[in-house]
Design a protein around this ligand. Sequence first.
Ligand code: ARG
Length: 475
Amino acid sequence: MALWGGRFTQGPAESVAILSRSVHFDWVLAPYDIRVNIAHVRGLAQAGILNDDDAQKISIALVALGEEIAAGTFGPIASDEDVHSAIERGLVGKLGDLGGAFRAGRSRNDLVVTDFKLYLIDHMIEIGAALTLLVEEFTTKADEYKDAIAPGFTHLQHAQPINFGHELAKHSQALLRDLSRIRDWLARNSVSPLGAGALAGSALQPHPENSAHELGFSTAHQNSIDAVSDRDFVAEALFIMANIGVHLSRIGEEYTLWSTSEFGWAKLDDAFSTGSSIMPQKKNPDIAELARGKSGRLIGNLTSVLAMLKGLPFAYNRDLQEDKEPTFDSVTTLLTILPALTGMVESTSFDRLRMAEGAVKGHALATEIADFLARQGVPFAHAHEISGKCVQRAESLGKEVHELSDEELLSVDARLGSEIRQTLSAVGGVASRTSLGGTSTQSIIKQIHDLNSRNQLFIEYFDSKRSDFLEMIHI
Ligand code: ARG
């Protein structure tokens, strides 16, 4: 159903209708469109544009249409341009002429951006809640492996031994930053565009703040042109989702690596790995790889919206219709990866012995020698030099640096007495790193406590956002 035929002598060419059409993807906005229209109709009644009786009839018809949409008994047809035209067709079908009265004082320009914002608010809350589950799993695993010694890498080369729980807890830290980005996003974008009309505001509905509050926004827009042209909230949400994707891809990379026979650290659960159609022995980390691979789309979706926005005149332009598909794709992609990855993290176990064996390889305890000397007052640059000499000596003898005998250490430097043995072991080295945020078990226990309480606050926050949203949408 066309919403704009009056000044035209003929309908659009078939090719134009095909190009214009968005209902095949924007239909997901239907529940939000119904809700926004109800708020709009109330505003018209308050302003005396619709009498109470008509407003009541339209609202009841909108609710009924919403139920039919949810039940799948009302849907778009070939002649509908977009979700808004399909819903108006439904309303006219129920109410005749009165069905066309409700769009006084609003345009699809303010409608679509309000619908889309509600859609994103709804789904950013869902993504936030799903992310807290992943944080919970990482933190639980971190606790389980808080005293499991493992090699720590820089440049993917053995660097220093660490507790494996520390390695896992770092993911909770990164994901908690993503959660705080979602919380900030929700606060910053709680501004309603409804009432902006096409661009100039509404002559018929003087109080957009009423519908703003009804729809759960903190405030209404202050500039109607900005309200219909702003898609910062879309780009920002896409960045948050892309950044989560980058984190998930790095997690995916680690699990892929850890489950190779060369590493042999991670044992993936059967339910969270896949086989090969030709090689019967194979157990592949496909979930980790898909998490890694799908993050590419999340970055692409952000890039495509930014490129679409660049250079656009600051008001509504039809280009803006292109904001939706990438966003829907990012939301669906993320909500598909998260539960699978969470299950994988929960069900993966790690081989403590194998990790501990590798922890001292590659002269990984050389820093312990330098730290030991520094504690005795040797300037670090010099201590570093001496430790390097020890590595050289060990290499010439075909040993690891911690395997040097007391005599061999003393022959490099007289200050390398036998007390060095307290920290010249993976366990000793790790235990000595008691700094805040360090890898000692003692520091990890504090970290886990903090992670759990921060995550708990997010769980409660998203829970309450969810119930507020549901209360608003199901009137
Ligand atoms: N389907 C359109 C969109 O997503 C709705 C707004 C159409 N507005 C217009 N002036 N043609 O942006």
